[in-house]
Design a binder for this molecule. Structure first.
Ligand code: F6R
Length: 641
């Protein structure tokens, strides 16, 4: 939630345009705005920028999307500057108004601050500050932190005190303030007395440094500066970073110098563009064959033996695991639910899937024989991070399935298995979901290989089938038009029910979630077997029901049971839409519409059956004229509890 950017550079010599064509002296502003454009998926309730220059702080902010800020900047340009900060907000404390937008400018207009996170002791601090004569223009916890920073800065100034790191008094003040704050925060500030310096503090909230040539960057994630550099530096918890054009100084909250881990971002700005599609969402749905293929890539040796070198947990320890708990939220949790069927089937290890935010509050039983598998696209979801920390404290081993290099959850886990889906920008998750299923399957197969639950030949066969999946996803995508036509004709639908069984059940819930998020339609996913235990009462004439049908070649006559469920709802007036395997003619007579997916094994089917449901939600939302990349009230990365 909330996107943050920071920049420190030098103005190009007079007469030289900057490399990006920005007017002389406006590179800082250009970098900040471009960074906010990239980070807008993290929150779009308001946007703002502040630059520090010889004349003081220049600040513009506006409620609404970034476009509103750009209009404001056009109408009221900012003065040239070499450093600045920017923010795109997902509202927590205080509504999405201009006053609550960031940056907050305090200390008589000399200090500008942006914040991501929640400061839990803000009301006590606010009361203390008010008692010392401060007043507040907004309802935010952020302005409280900014005011405190301004007060501490002034006290240091009065005492004539400086700091050792680059002589920045702002860094000293930031450290003192960070020690007083409770909760989660990334704070980034710039002060008129130190133009060219940007200082940030981080606790339990994301922040990455970008290293440039004569300029340096800050971003909530690397997309905040991907247009300018792919050299990034990870920061640890409880650190303060001081940015100037040619230096990046990191300390802890007490001034002890620290080193960040530098790494190269493995995707570029082009990968974060729409690539000719009308939306990121549509592009990312179409990226899925690649997302799965990339996630499979390089994970076996020449003999087809899985070699997950990144796992870094002693194989002897993995052999002693007697329980797996998958922790995740939202779509990632549905990926976990799919994975559970495969992991239990292949490894014979009892596996539970739990929503991260429920986990640590119920006093769960976890020990050193428990393997925690967290799944998070962003690697920053606060609920999942806290659950992983808790489990680690109890002695569990933790593996992170994650799509974002350098993010917090993998860094705080014993091991990581990256999904290589590439940047996912649309707020609703699509390609990350398929990549997560793929990665958890690799993990399951690896454990089965290690523990001898499957023969090597069986593992090879499953891997061979997985390798064919990208082409099959592509063939589902090739029939997108058929799904689109139906969805468009259903634009006035008020509620849609989804049914699935076995791995089709989490797929049904994921289909319903996509429809809720994108088209703002009431949608629910049910286990088909649960129908007669209550939900069938919802069926009335014309009620659309989308059913994910298992393969007729699958085991346990699940196919027949789900076909019976279709008949049951249809007999009560439902309009049935069926996702079935190619060649399954038995469903035709019970369905108004059938979408076929290529043949595959039961466990791999979610990699295909999900795709028409994503396309359905995309087309229906588009038909209703909604912004599919930035649905209302949502933010991509939920970094507050
Ligand atoms: C839904 C969606 C969310 C995320 C959830 C977890 O489309 O995107 O439900 O899946 O917020 O996010 P990550 O995977 O980043 O932990």
């Amino acid at each position: 939630m909330c996107g943050i950017v920071g920049y420190a550079g030098t103005a190009p010599a007079q007469g030289n345009a900057s490399t990006t064509g920005a007017p002389v002296g406006q590179r800082a502003l250009e970098v900040l705005v471009e960074g906010l454009r990239r980070l807008e998926y993290r929150g779009y309730d308001s946007a703002g920028v502040a630059v520090s220059g010889e004349q003081g702080i220049g600040m513009r902010k506006k409620s609404g999307k970034l476009a509103m800020l750009l209009e404001e900047l056009e109408a009221n340009p900012l003065p040239a500057a070499t450093a600045g900060i920017g923010h795109t907000r997902w509202a927590t404390h205080g509504g999405p108004t201009d006053a609550n937008a960031h940056p907050h400018v305090v200390a008589g207009g000399r200090l500008a601050v942006v914040h991501n996170g929640i400061i839990e002791n803000y009301s006590q601090l606010k009361a203390q500050l008010a008692g010392r004569g401060h007043s507040f223009a907004s309802q935010t916890d952020s302005e409280v932190a900014a005011t405190l920073l301004g007060e501490v800065y002034e006290a240091l100034e009065d005492a004539g005190q400086n700091s050792s790191d680059g002589g920045s008094r702002l860094a000293t003040a930031m450290r003192q303030v960070a020690q007083q704050l409770e909760g989660a925060f990334t704070l980034v500030a710039t002060h008129a007395s130190e133009p060219g310096v940007v200082v940030a503090a981080r606790r339990n909230s994301p922040l990455v440094v970008g290293l440039g040539d004569g300029e340096n960057f800050l971003g909530s994630d690397v997309s905040g500066f991907i247009d300018y550099t792919r050299r990034a530096v990870e920061l640890d918890q409880d650190q303060v970073v001081t940015l100037t054009a040619d230096a990046v100084l990191i300390t802890d909250f007490f001034g002890v110098p620290a080193e960040g881990r530098e790494y190269q971002v493995d995707w570029d700005a082009a990968a974060a563009e729409k690539g000719g599609y009308p939306s990121f969402m549509e592009k990312e749905i179409n990226d899925q064959p690649d997302a799965v293929a990339q996630t499979l890539l390089g994970r076996t040796d020449g003999e087809g033996v899985l070699t997950l070198d990144e796992l870094r947990i002693d194989p002897a320890v993995l052999k002693t695991i007697n329980r797996i708990i998958v922790l995740a939220c939202g779509t990632s949790a549905y990926a976990g639910q799919v994975a559970r069927y495969a992991i239990e089937h292949w490894c014979r290890i009892p596996t539970e899937v739990e929503l991260s935010h429920e986990f640590r509050y119920r006093d769960p039983i976890v020990d050193e024989h428990t393997l925690i598998v967290s799944i998070s696209q962003s690697g920053e979801t606060m609920d999942t991070l806290m659950a992983v920390r808790y489990a680690r404290e109890q002695g569990a081993k933790t593996v992170s399935i994650c799509n974002t290099n350098g993010s917090t959850i993998p860094r705080e886990s014993d091991a990581v298995l990256y999904t290589h889906a590439g940047p996912e920008i649309a707020v609703a998750s699509t390609k990350a979901f398929l990549a997560q299923i793929t990665a958890t399957y690799l993990l399951g197969l690896y454990l089965a290989q290690l523990r001898g639950n499957l023969f090597q030949g069986q593992i090879k066969d499953i891997l061979a089938e997985l390798a064919k999946t990208p082409a099959k996803i592509a063939s589902v995508l090739a029939n997108a038009e058929q799904v689109k036509e139906l969805a468009t004709s259903m634009a006035d639908t008020r509620t849609v029910l989804f049914l699935g069984r076995h791995v089709g059940y989490p797929v049904a819930m994921e289909g319903a979630l996509k429809l809720k998020e994108l088209a703002y339609i009431h949608a629910e996913g049910f286990a088909a077997g649960e129908l007669k235990h209550g939900p069938i009462a919802l069926i009335e004439e014309g009620q659309p029901v989308i059913v994910v049908v298992p393969s007729p070649r699958g085991r346990d006559s699940l196919h027949a049971k789900v076909v019976s469920n279709i008949q049951e709802v249809r007999a009560r007036g439902a309009m049935t839409i069926v996702i079935a395997e190619e060649g399954d003619e038995s469903v035709r007579e019970h369905a108004e519409h059938v979408f076929y997916i290529p043949e595959t094994s039961t466990l791999l089917a979610p990699l295909l059956t999900t795709v028409p449901l994503q396309l359905f939600a995309l087309a229906l939302a588009t038909a209703k004229g909604f912004d599919v990349d930035q649905p209302r009230n949502l933010a991509k990365s939920v970094t507050v509890e």
